[in-house]
Ligand binder design. Structure first.
Ligand code: AVJ
Length: 332
């Protein structure tokens, strides 16, 4: 009865050739500013995704393993508290952590459908295929898309059972404060007041040394990940960045409570970006900001959620207070 298994998977592809436009636009915009900047989403080509996986296994990088441990400990409780029939996940990747939650929802007998959204088609398809085998009766509606642009394409709930919208890993920290609240508001639109829940992963404010070590690992994997955006521009836009001529910089900004990653030009350089007809000049030691990763206090989290019409209901943290998973609902 293979056909039954196949019928339970639908994958919608919303990205196509020409979506490198967004990189071209971001380069034109970000590399002509007085303080150069690029959004972090362009790190993640296949090499970048692999480097990020290696980051997650580094001894210095605690967020991934801590979030997984919290999920392992509290998944049954989350399943119980939400009674969710559906899990929508933004940036699902390999769903390694989500699987823990899916299992708990399946064990509780409520799970029907998983809706993963990710930019990598192979990731969505492989994950869908594996999960329907692992969890009999599960339907998967995958979306190959960019969660910043395609949230409006998430299918509506297909019955009255509660939905969990999961945004894990602390990626919400990549948004600057204003867009963060706007993005949370667009997530809230996927939720029915009083019924559905947001499950959000956030890294917490802690001693700067611990934070800075997580982004300056001894093996230099994070440095390589950071420089990967230069390789992406070289390949996708015919740029001629000399990758090794840029130094990895990562520090905690106390005032803004975020980690900032930058690439520092080791000397004066002129870089050609052929596809957009741009020449970019770097002064010696000039820096290009490649990522911010906001760290949260419970107050900051609650404030951001409230600004988006969401109410914090539960804050689940590890014993060392390194990372938090929160459950919130939409205010009516
Ligand atoms: C995937 C965005 C959560 O900000 O910690 C890891 C990415 N950057 N090391 C983070 C990242 C450098 C990561 N997020």
């Amino acid at each position: 009865m293979q056909r039954v298994a196949e019928a339970s998977v639908v994958v919608e592809v919303l990205l196509g050739p020409g979506d490198e436009r967004s990189l071209a636009d971001d380069v034109l915009d970000g590399l002509t500013r007085p303080f150069k900047e690029l959004p972090p989403k362009h790190f993640y080509d296949s090499r970048g995704a692999e480097l990020f996986d290696r980051i997650c296994d580094l001894p210095e990088y605690y967020p991934t393993r801590t979030e997984r441990a919290i999920l392992q400990e509290r998944a049954a409780e989350i399943a119980e508290a939400t009674g969710a029939g559906e899990l929508v996940e933004l940036g699902s990747g390999t769903a390694a952590k989500t699987r823990i939650l899916l299992r708990a929802l399946a064990d509780a007998g409520t799970l029907r459908r998983y809706v993963p959204i990710d930019v990598t088609e192979a990731m969505v398809c492989d994950t869908a295929a594996r999960l329907v085998e692992e969890l009999p009766g599960l339907g998967v509606h995958g979306i190959v898309g960019d969660f910043e642009r395609h949230l409006g394409r998430v299918p509506p709930p297909d019955d009255s059972s509660p939905r969990i919208v999961a945004f894990l890993g602390g990626t919400i920290g990549n948004f600057p404060p204003g867009s963060r609240r706007r993005f949370l508001r667009s997530i809230a639109r996927l939720m029915r007041p009083g019924v559905d829940r947001l499950l959000l992963g956030t890294d917490l404010v802690k001693e700067p040394e611990v934070l800075e070590r997580a982004y300056n690992d001894d093996q230099g994997v994070t440095a390589d990940f950071n420089r990967n955006v230069l390789r992406v521009m070289n390949r996708e836009l015919g740029a001629d960045f000399e990758v090794d001529a840029f130094e990895h910089v990562a520090f905690f900004d106390h005032e803004r409570e975020w980690i900032e990653m930058r690439l520092r030009a080791s000397r004066r350089m002129r870089v050609r970006v052929e596809a957009v007809g741009l020449d970019v000049d770097f002064a010696p030691r000039e820096e290009l900001r490649t990522e911010i990763s906001a760290k949260f206090t419970p107050e900051r989290l609650q404030g951001d959620l409230a600004a988006a019409g969401l109410e914090l209901e539960e804050l689940l943290t590890d014993a060392d207070g390194l990372f938090a998973l929160s459950l919130s609902s939409r205010r009516s």
